[in-house]
Design a protein around this ligand. Structure first.
Ligand SMILES: Nc1ncnc2c1ncn2[C@@H]1O[C@H](COP(=O)(O)OP(=O)(O)O)[C@@H](O)[C@H]1O
Ligand SMILES: [Mg+2]
Length: 472
């Protein structure tokens, strides 16, 4: 045996793959220890491939006979013995010339359990990323995107093709400072995870919010070779937060308003009475004229304050089972009295048998008054009509107040319930009427709807639940 022969033999003996050389009938010509070790039989006992590999050996032989000349690789579950099964890659190579006899084949069995495990992990990973709602992106060490999942495409509005090879700063909204990004980079480049919230921009320009975990991918030597970014879409949550802040602001505003109303109301009353006293006693025409102006301004402030007070202490009122029709009649009595409405016809149709509901009637009067007064204001001069109806619905009482006045501009529709929104001239409107009214009705568990057509008129529908949010 030459040195080279000896070396090859050694390699053959030491190889971790099972290697067998067989002839066309399955008789083993050569076989290395790895080939017989699994069945725990000595080399001398191995005569055929069946001795070495049992049923799997038979199967292999059958295949080889079927495909006489083909050499190739087969992936199979290889059974060394019952209970010793491995995923394996079988390689069959014919080592003699086709014409040569006996035909000899080299068969190697490579244990690919480890490889299979990695493949399965990858498969599972890809299944998860494909179907998760969480947007996931993978970048290389330079920050270039090498993978995005469908959820990422959906949230960003970009397709995979548009994203791969690009830097994720493509989605930058410009809302975060340079220092912010630098901090993230320093952290993840040092091999640590970063968790935080990002505001990004979609392809169409709109903004989305996500909570992100960016983890560096490390190789065996702990070098950063890339990054995984897993997002959670929190756009909706952000919107809710914003709404909450707004409603909290309203609440704070209410408390503040109550305070102001109280602090301003008292001194205002004394100013008002002093003005009246001077006006009555002075002979100075100029002073009287000016005092009249002062009085007007005081009235204006008083009006605003009254509305603020009404709104800010609803709990002081009494909750009672109330006939809504009576409340409406009270309101109509107040409105119909006065010069301002002489040109307006009131068409009132109240449904007789309304069940009584638990409300604070003083507050409800105020709601009806506010809406009726608005209707009167909208009518201006000339002949007009205001219609008032009440009816019983399935679970609520509906009151409709309709006018044929000037109507509401489209762009004002969403603002009319805002505090201090008014289109009336200074001194005429406070812009609090509808805001206060909606607050009251909502408090009863009801709602106010509006529809309007500029030049034709406006319809306010107040619905009050039969079983409201108040209890007697
Ligand atoms: N029936 C109506 N017709 C036309 N516009 C209306 C009507 N009701 C309310 N509006 C509009 O809504 C605004 C806000 O109303 P409101 O809150 O009562 O405040 P104010 O009456 O003090 O202006 C009004 O200034 C007006 O522009
Ligand atoms: Mg008003």
């Amino acid at each position: 045996m030459t040195l080279a022969d000896a070396t090859f033999r050694k390699i053959f003996e030491l190889h971790s793959d099972a290697i067998i050389v067989i002839d066309g009938d399955g008789v083993v010509v050569e076989c290395n220890p790895a080939a017989c070790k699994r069945r725990k039989i000595p080399r001398t006992a191995v005569r055929t491939i069946r001795d070495a590999w049992g049923a799997s050996g038979d199967e292999l032989l059958a295949r080889m006979i079927a495909h006489d000349d083909t050499s190739g690789t087969i992936r199979t579950t290889f059974i060394f013995s019952p209970g010793d099964t491995i995923p394996a890659e079988l390689r069959i190579v014919r080592i003699t010339d086709p014409a040569e006899e006996p035909r000899l084949f080299l068969v190697t069995v490579k244990d690919i359990s480890e490889q299979r495990k990695i493949e399965l992990d990858l498969l599972r990973f890809s299944e998860v990323t494909l179907h998760t709602v969480n947007p996931i992106q993978i970048t290389d060490a330079n920050g270039k995107i090498i993978y995005v999942n469908p959820a990422y495409e959906r949230i960003s509005g970009y397709s995979k093709e548009e994203l791969i090879g690009r830097n994720p700063n493509l989605l930058k909204s410009g809302m975060h400072s340079r220092e912010f990004w630098e901090k993230i980079w320093t952290r993840i480049l040092s091999g640590e995870e970063w968790v935080g919230q990002l505001q990004n921009r979609r392809k169409d320009g709109s903004v989305f919010h996500s909570e992100v975990v960016i983890s560096p991918i490390l190789d065996e030597s702990a070098t950063v070779i890339g990054f995984v970014g897993a997002h959670r879409d929190i756009t909706e949550q952000k919107q809710l937060e914003k709404q909450l802040v707004r409603s909290q602001k309203m609440e704070t505003f209410g408390t503040l308003a109550a305070g102001i109303a109280h602090e301003v109301g008292n001194p205002l009353t004394s100013i008002s009475s002093i003005v009246q006293v001077i006006q009555r006693t002075t002979k100075d025409e100029f002073a009287r004229e000016k005092l009249e102006l002062v009085k007007n301004q005081i009235n204006r402030i008083t009006k605003i304050i009254r509305e603020l007070v009404d709104f800010s202490r609803p709990s002081a009122y009494e909750i009672k089972k109330t006939d809504v029709n009576n409340v409406m009649r009270d309101a109509l009595n107040i409105v119909q009295y006065g010069k301002k409405v002489q040109h307006i016809t009131f068409k009132v149709q109240l449904y007789d048998d309304l069940p009584h509901i638990a409300v604070v009637s003083d507050q409800l009067v105020q709601v009806f008054l506010n809406i009726l007064m608005n209707a009167v204001d909208a009518c201006g001069t000339g002949q007009h009509a205001i219609g008032v109806t009440s009816r019983l619905c399935d679970k609520s009482i509906e009151i409709v107040i309709r006018d044929d006045g000037r109507g509401i501009e489209k762009e004002d529709m969403e603002k009319i319930f805002d505090p201090f929104f008014t289109t009336k001239e200074v001194g005429k409107g406070t812009g609090l009427g509808l805001w206060v009214s909606l607050g009251i009705v909502k408090n009863f568990g009801g709602d106010i709807q509006v529809s309007s057509e500029v030049g034709l008129g406006t319809k306010f529908t107040i619905s009050l639940p039969l079983k409201g949010s108040l209890h007697e």
